[in-house]
Design a protein around this ligand. Structure first.
Ligand SMILES: Nc1ncnc2c1ncn2[C@@H]1O[C@H](COP(=O)(O)OP(=O)(O)OP(=O)(O)O)[C@@H](O)[C@H]1O
Ligand SMILES: [Mg+2]
Length: 358
């Protein structure tokens, strides 16, 4: 699926957008603070119906506005689809419409439009806390696999209820949530481990192709045994006293992590900024391959200031790997056209004071 037409109203600083989108994508050019990242955010919004910056919907609403509306017309060679989201500040209501029909559950709309975003802050995938890598896993696997998305939402609901019972010291209630936690949690761990089998060698290959010396490895940090629902009762039993004392659930995939290493040393602790950046890009490339494989079609790519910090040779290599209009739609931001890597030849859009023009 490619984005064929984009509509955005009341979205951040963007002046009403109503544009046909070229099949190959576009280079978004403009000075700092003009709305380039906001435009990428609008393009990404119908992927997860959430801000790609992780902002709350209320923050996405144009200052002083009553809500926002984003619509995307998607098309492949054989099909077309319209998806739209409307958020109203009053009552915090979000309405999602697919091909003219209201969608009751978010899960039924997620996954129609897939994109992978490379953001400047993504280096935190390698340098930041475990929560960064869990978000990465959860976002990617939710888009790749509907069963994962469903399990994740059941898991989060059971976890919130269990934690609430723990905080109130209600040992009698806690066990009520153990069964739903176990069945959803086991699926999450199982799918993560299955993903890792293919992802680990890919991560090593991508890191090497980015010119990083030393072998890259990625391991799962957490209890692999919990991929089996039968292992949960014991695990929860063993941690129950501790959970009650702390008022939260200490066993399960919501505490797990991915350990990234280069040459046997953990990147988070010992990696240079350049190594951490390469590892984060390699993880993103694995995300791209995972989604392309799971969906049988290439996701779009949103590249926000990705090239700015790389030297010329790395820029060229990464651009050649990613910016392939024959294969996928690509949106890339830069202050000026001459700051795009050599060979990046996309239709140009200018973003100035929130106004997008071709
Ligand atoms: N909810 C909002 N309503 C109106 N304007 C907003 C809102 N949120 C952010 N802005 C404004 O949008 C502008 C930033 O836009 P954006 O982040 O897209 O810039 P950019 O073109 O990507 O700049 P840079 O090159 O510095 O990354 C800022 O001026 C900011 O004040
Ligand atoms: Mg920006």
């Amino acid at each position: 699926m490619r984005l064929e037409r984009l509509t955005a109203r009341g979205f951040r600083n963007l002046e009403a957008v109503e544009r046909d989108v070229p099949a190959e994508g576009a280079a978004l050019l403009g000075r700092n603070g003009q709305g380039k990242t906001n435009l990428l955010e609008a393009i990404y919004y119908p992927v997860l119906f959430r801000s790609l910056r992780g902002s709350a919907d209320a923050e996405v609403v144009m200052f002083g506005g009553a809500g926002f509306h984003v619509a995307a017309r998607l098309a492949s060679d054989t099909a077309a689809l319209d998806i739209a989201a409307t958020y109203q500040t009053a009552g915090k209501r979000k309405r999602i419409v697919v091909d003219g029909a209201d969608v009751a559950r978010l899960a039924d709309a997620v996954g129609q439009w897939a994109a992978v975003a490379f953001l400047p802050g993504d280096v935190a995938l390698a340098s930041g806390p475990a929560s960064e890598r869990r978000h990465y896993l959860d976002r990617m696997l939710s888009l790749a696999d509907r069963a994962y998305l469903a399990a994740l939402s059941r898991y989060r609901a059971a976890l919130a209820q269990r934690n609430s019972a723990l905080r109130q010291g209600r040992g009698d209630l806690v066990t009520m949530f153990d069964a739903p936690l176990a069945s959803a949690g086991a699926l999450i761990v199982e799918r993560r481990l299955r993903w890792l089998e293919r992802a680990a060698p890919r991560f090593a290959t991508e890191l090497a192709s980015l010119g990083e010396p030393g072998e890259g490895t990625v391991r799962y940090h957490g209890s692999a045994a919990l991929a089996d629902p039968a292992a949960w009762p014991d695990a929860l039993e063993r941690s129950r006293a501790r959970d009650l004392a702390r008022g939260l659930t200490t066993a399960g995939p919501h505490r797990d992590d991915l350990v990234l290493e280069v040459g046997g040393r953990e990147l988070r602790a010992y990696g240079s900024t350049g190594q951490q950046r390469s590892a984060a890009i390699a993880l993103k490339l694995v995300e791209l391959e995972t989604l392309a494989e799971a969906r049988g079609t290439e996701p779009a790519l949103l590249l926000d200031d990705v090239f700015a910090e790389l030297d010329g040779e790395r820029q060229r290599r990464l651009a050649a790997r990613l910016v392939r209009p024959d294969v996928r739609q690509v949106f890339v931001t830069a202050p000026r056209a001459d700051e795009l890597p050599a060979g990046v030849d996309l239709p140009r859009w200018t973003v100035e004071g929130g106004k997008v023009s071709a």
